[in-house]
Design a protein around this ligand. Structure first.
Ligand SMILES: Cc1cc2nc3c(=O)[nH]c(=O)nc-3n(C[C@H](O)[C@H](O)[C@H](O)COP(=O)(O)O)c2cc1C
Length: 188
């Protein structure tokens, strides 16, 4: 059975579409032209599943006519988050609910830096294994951190359980629906 859990009941997980075009940084409104018009897909992965899903997402979005690119989180310049238009986080979880190695730096940066991401929108695809006590915790944390920094959540977090081999396609479908309604700026 394929199951996608959307944990939208947390108070930190509301989706604020009204703020999509009202993005304020340091008191000044950022225009659409100042934000990146390319969707950035960031993956955190140790054994390659989240990485593969990130490239599946890129492939589908590009086929749908959208501008996007994939980056390994450890190769990404964290400060660029503030000027992204839309960031998709695809990450697994390791240890005792920790981020994978290549995601640690970005995770720590988001947890500790005082940054405002008011002009950035995001969605999280959190991979995990429900056999572990802290299921998909790294993705849950990224989702929380981004929300706390003022970024706009475009979709409730999607959690994919390795126990059921849950595929990434339903996440892609939800993304495409959102983009078809709201994502003209990312069209090629
Ligand atoms: C040593 C180890 C520890 C793990 N710890 C967790 C965990 O704490 N919580 C969780 O949800 N999944 C945990 N997982 C499962 C992985 O997150 C899951 O298999 C994921 O799909 C791997 O994705 P990746 O190939 O992109 O790294 C763990 C897996 C391994 C091998």
């Amino acid at each position: 059975m394929i199951e996608i859990q959307s944990l939208s009941s947390d108070s930190t997980e509301s989706i604020d579409l009204n703020r999509w075009n009202q993005m304020e940084i340091d008191g000044s409104i950022m225009t659409d032209n100042e934000r990146s018009s390319e969707i950035k897909i960031l993956f955190g992965s140790e054994t390659g599943t989240a990485e593969e899903f990130a490239f599946d997402i890129e492939n589908s979005l590009q086929t749908g006519g959208y501008r996007c690119s994939v980056s390994d989180m450890e190769d990404y310049n964290n400060a660029d988050l503030a000027s992204e238009g839309l960031v998709l986080i695809v990450t697994s979880t390791y240890g005792n609910g920790e981020a994978p190695y290549n995601a640690e730096e970005l995770y720590m940066w988001l947890e500790t830096e005082e940054v405002e991401l008011n002009q950035t929108s995001f969605a999280v695809c959190a991979l995990g294994d429900s056999g572990y006590p802290n299921f998909a915790q790294a993705g849950k944390d990224f989702d929380k951190f981004l929300g706390e920094k003022g970024a706009q959540r475009i979709l409730p977090r999607t959690e994919l359980d390795a126990v059921f081999d849950e595929p990434v396609e339903p996440f892609i479908e939800k993304l495409m629906e959102w983009l078809d309604e709201n994502g003209k700026r990312y069209l090629l």
